[in-house]
Write a protein that binds this ligand. Structure first.
Ligand SMILES: [Zn+2]
Ligand SMILES: [Zn+2]
Length: 318
């Protein structure tokens, strides 16, 4: 009787031990899938030495520039922005996975030789999707990443391509690069480890004499409002998160007060109209008399500047 009871206790303890182990394994598995985790990469630099190395890349092409063009590629409800500043080329995000070949073709049509700086604003698939194709097609010299990784295959494809390329790899931080006389490119650190991955987006600003562009990735209201004092008035705003109501809050728009806004967005697959979540943002831009250009309406949007005026060119994606 006694030994039977003892056996039961041992069996119970064993079962409890196994169950606890299984639960812990399950929690670890779920965390791996759903939680952002920090990138660990051998060639990983924080700002400081890394920033200086990126500046040296730009210094090799430092020359007077007459015109800067910013291309907002039509990649549906995703982002892909190409900055053509003389000999210096910067790519911010790479659309979805299937956009890769189109982006490569688009850049080749512009006679792009290599890309001095690539920015992956955050690891979502509509931002890193086609970056691996771009890295395979062009020499990419440096990459700035949010520092938040993802276990999704498409993000891993991008990371493998970066490692194979041997590109300089930096996490975003406050940085300011000199691209040529009167032209700067800044990374604005808006904080790390937000629970919403969109808020970890790398935010950047291009300034050419009197004209400035702000690129916001998918930043949402939390990061917008926490960093108000880091933003200033700009001429052109890349509307955050494809115009979703999660972003572009009133205090942020008061602060950046753009003349022109560009929304990289697609039509709803079901109704063929703009996504309902964008309509509030569209109305708010109209109310503020901000000229809004949308990729779902205009296709590819190219805004060029000589440092004092803006010009617009649009053409549909074939
Ligand atoms: Zn997005
Ligand atoms: Zn996102």
């Amino acid at each position: 009787m006694y030994s039977f009871k003892a056996r039961n206790i041992v069996a119970f303890c064993l079962l409890a031990f196994l169950l606890t182990g299984a639960v812990l394994l399950f929690i670890a598995f779920i965390s791996m899938i759903f939680q952002p985790f920090k990138v660990t990469n051998q060639s990983f630099y924080h700002s400081g030495s890394g920033q200086q190395l990126v500046q040296e890349i730009f210094d090799d092409h430092h020359a007077p520039i007459e015109q800067v063009s910013v291309h907002f590629l039509d990649v549906d409800n995703a982002d892909c922005i190409f900055i053509d500043a003389g000999d210096i080329d910067i790519l911010i995000d790479g659309g979805n996975d299937h956009d890769g070949p189109y982006i490569v073709e688009y850049l080749k049509n512009l006679n792009t030789d290599n890309i001095e700086l690539m920015i992956a604003t955050h690891p979502h698939l509509d931002h890193v999707g086609g970056l691996d194709d771009v890295i395979e097609a062009f020499e990419v010299k440096a990459v700035i990443d949010s520092g938040i990784s993802s276990s999704f295959g498409i993000y891993q494809d991008y990371m493998k391509a970066v490692e194979k390329e041997g590109a300089l790899f930096l996490e975003d931080d406050d940085m300011k690069f000199d691209l040529g006389p009167g032209i700067t490119f800044e990374i604005i650190e808006t904080g790390d480890n937000y629970p919403n991955i969109n808020d970890n987006s790398v935010v950047s600003q291009l300034t050419f004499n009197n004209i400035s562009f702000l690129f916001t990735g998918d930043m949402c209201k939390n990061a917008e409002t926490r960093n108000l004092n880091k933003f200033s008035a700009v001429d052109v705003l890349k509307v955050a998160h494809h115009g979703s109501r999660s972003s572009s809050c009133a205090t942020f728009l008061d602060r950046v007060n753009p003349r022109v806004a560009v929304m990289s967005c697609g039509l709803c697959d079901i109704c063929g109209k703009s996504h309902g979540q964008n309509l509030d943002t569209i109305k708010e831009f109209e109310r503020r008399n901000i000229t809004l250009y949308r990729t779902d309406v205009l296709g590819n949007i190219v805004i060029s500047t000589d440092g004092s005026t803006l010009s617009l060119k649009t053409f549909p994606r074939p």
